[in-house]
Design a protein around this ligand. Structure first.
Ligand code: NAI
Length: 327
């Protein structure tokens, strides 16, 4: 049987953590033959550490055969020790009256410290997924704070946007979500993201041709996907958690085990593809195999798409300008 791998999860006592850890421990992320050791990080606060203890008790009570160990941590320098995978979920949410600059600064502090800790103690091949918002910029900060690790190993979660878009398209076309291929979401994980179905197919047929309605694309589809997070908060009183955890599982599973030639969306540092400046962590279509992702290149970008990509890029550049002095 395989040797266990180490999976660090931050914000482990939070909402997403509660929907995520049990699925990692049951083998849904890395395969039903891959034992895992969970290295869980929470803030040192007593309430958070107690909540984490409760989650660990429940993990024990599941008696997952693949769960080879569980650790509770209050310091990223111990939580990330030798870790093979790091899911950075914990982040500072925007409080009442908090300005955007304050939010960026609070998160810059968290992700600088966590990037440095990964740089110091994680496996040299650690695969990092940032879920905590602002996810792309937090991933960028962690990447910049970890100069000894490969930059390409720092990714941000756009998969929830991708899955939301797939679900809307299946509903619109009366098809099964699992039959949709070649969908992607460009840019920032924010309402400016550009969900792009120009290349998408369902059972080999073009989804764009099937829908054939640019007004629906612009006035219904894009706002629905972009504002879905807000719609869930309005309905549930809490932000998306189970669907976010599910997207994190999808992202890591495809990265680790391969997408079988299919496109998936990941936020990854650009190497200049599609004119996105190098280093910007941007949602791109990728394929994955052998533990590596590859950006799908050579896609035609029409005028409408370019406008959308420029808008989400400008927002990301604004965020990065806002944290530059903190790095
Ligand atoms: P939550 O507030 O329920 O849990 C967050 C947990 O992180 C808390 O237990 C908190 O104590 C912990 N935490 C905060 N700072 C930490 C630090 N420095 N180190 C370790 N732990 C820390 O929030 P929830 O609902 O679980 O969401 C987590 C994050 O994920 C939020 O930033 C949210 O905006 C983001 N999110 C991202 C999505 C995406 O698609 N990229 C989708 C949904 C949520």
């Amino acid at each position: 049987s395989k040797a266990p791998v180490r999976v660090a999860v931050t914000g482990a006592a939070g909402q997403i953590g509660y929907a995520l850890l049990f699925r990692i421990a049951s083998g849904e992320m890395l395969g039903k033959d891959q034992p895992v050791i969970l290295q869980l990080l929470e803030i040192p606060d007593e309430k958070a550490q107690n909540a984490l203890k409760g989650v660990i008790m429940e993990l024990e009570d599941c008696a997952f055969p693949l769960l080879a160990g569980i650790e509770a941590h209050a310091d990223p320098m111990t939580a990330f020790k030798d870790t093979d995978y790091a899911l950075l979920v914990g982040a500072r949410p925007r409080g009442p009256g908090m300005e955007r600059a304050d939010l960026l600064a609070a998160n810059a502090q968290i992700f600088t410290a966590q990037g440095k800790a990964l740089n110091a103690v994680a496996s040299r091949n650690v695969k990092v997924l940032v879920v905590g918002n602002p996810a792309n910029t937090n991933a960028y900060i962690a990447m910049k704070s970890a100069p000894d690790l490969p930059a390409k190993n720092f990714t941000a979660m756009l998969r929830l946007d991708h899955n939301r878009a797939a679900s809307q398209l299946a509903a619109k076309t009366g098809t099964k979500v699992g039959d949709i291929r070649k969908l992607t979401v460009w840019g920032n994980h924010s309402p400016t993201m550009y969900a792009d179905y120009r290349f998408a197919t369902v059972n080999g047929e073009s989804i764009k041709d099937k829908i054939n309605d640019q007004v629906w694309n612009k006035d219904v589809f894009l706002p629905t996907v972009g504002k879905r997070g807000a719609a869930i908060i309005a309905a549930r009183g809490l932000s998306s958690a189970a669907s976010a955890a599910n997207a994190a599982i999808d992202h890591m599973r495809d990265w680790a085990l391969g997408s079988g030639g299919e496109w998936v969306t990941m936020g990854v540092p650009s190497n200049g593809e599609y004119g996105i400046p190098a280093g910007i962590v941007f949602g791109f279509p990728v394929t994955t195999a052998n533990g590596e992702y590859k950006i799908v290149e050579g896609l035609e970008i029409d005028a409408f798409s370019q406008e959308c990509i420029d808008k989400t890029l400008a927002e990301l550049q604004g965020e990065q300008d806002g944290v530059k002095h903190l790095l």
